[in-house]
Ligand binder design. Structure first.
Ligand code: G1P
Length: 314
């Protein structure tokens, strides 16, 4: 977890503008992975449904998309992972039971996910990589959708607001916009890494032009310490690029390689550097930190957890 005070969302140029555009109508959430790092839990429970305190990670990501203005959630799943989508479907039997018992607070919690966005799913039949997964959604978009938002559910980017800054950047500069975080050199090889340059006309120093991008480079080959943090606004041209890439890092079709191709061909691609918190729900260690971080902020669990942790750490 990185934590510094000057969040991108505090920059007035981007924060206080009344006409900040919403993010693209469709928010795509790739959730087709096997979750092997969470075995044995993920033998039957999809990783995306593991609770951060009491709320599945994918619901937190759906809330983020909704508050940035998305209208539709397209969840990419793999065969047998329908539970992820079921979480966004109303359960009238459960709702009736809670209502009859007068459990209003629980009822509100249960109703939240289905009420957020219009949810649909796309099945990725084979695990051919993130690039392949994103490519699967093209046929489900309307003709007038010129961009999509992609939110990786492994990444929690806090505080909210970075998608709005990204949408504003696309409005001003066109093309695609990605979210970047600073990552220490010894961990950079786990990410898509950016080659950036400062913009002479930038009012927000956190907005940079992307000159290139490389997926999971060796530390000595990393072009910077700025890495992709799982939030993308991608111009529709991404689908054409995705059709032209070859398998890359890990033998998979990488979204990073399609973005690099767009840059090579002169398409505008920018990053917004996020200086807030980012949790990685993709591994048990990062997931635990997120759960503790969220729980400490809650009135119901926070005080007791803080007391216990203090005692435990003595
Ligand atoms: C994916 C992307 C990578 C990005 C990362 C962020 O990698 O391919 O570019 O930096 O998510 O979490 P993964 O974590 O799926 O290996």
């Amino acid at each position: 977890m990185t934590s510094v005070s000057n969040s991108t969302t505090e920059i007035p140029e981007y924060h206080d503008v009344p006409d900040t555009p919403p993010i693209p109508r469709t928010a795509v959430v790739p959730a087709a992975g096997l979750g092997t790092r969470f075995l044995p839990a993920t033998k039957t429970v999809p990783k995306e449904l593991l609770p951060v305190v009491d709320t599945p990670g994918i619901e937190l990501v759906a809330e983020e998309a909704k508050s940035a203005g998305a209208e539709r959630l397209l969840i990419i799943t793999s065969p047998g992972k329908d539970g992820v989508v079921a979480h966004f479907v109303e359960d009238l039997v459960l709702e009736n039971t809670l209502a009859k018992r007068g459990k209003a607070a629980m009822l509100a919690k249960v109703r939240k996910a289905p009420s957020l966005l219009d949810v649909a799913s796309v099945i990725q039949e084979k695990p051919l990589g993130l690039g392949h997964a994103v490519g699967c959604v093209e046929e489900y978009l309307d003709d007038d959708e010129d961009a999509i938002a992609v939110l990786l559910p492994d990444d929690l980017v806090l505080p909210g607001g970075v998608l709005e800054v990204m949408a504003r950047t696309r409005q001003r500069r066109g093309g695609s916009v990605l979210c970047a975080i600073e990552v220490p050199g010894d961990r950079i090889s786990a990410y898509g890494v950016f080659d950036v340059e400062d913009l002479p006309d930038a009012n927000n120093p956190n907005v940079k032009r992307l000159k290139g991008m490389v997926e999971k480079p060796a530390p000595e080959d990393a072009p910077s310490n700025l890495a992709a943090a799982g939030r993308y606004i991608l111009d529709r041209k991404i689908f054409d690029a995705l059709r032209r890439i070859k398998p890359g890092a890990g033998g998979e079709l990488q979204l990073t390689d399609a973005i690099a191709l767009l840059i090579e061909e002169g398409e505008p691609v920018h990053v917004v550097v996020h200086h807030g918190t980012r949790h990685d729900l993709g591994n048990p260690g990062g997931y635990l930190k997120a759960a503790v971080d969220f729980a400490l902020d809650r009135d119901d669990y926070g005080p007791d957890l803080r007391e216990w942790l203090t005692e435990r750490l003595k």
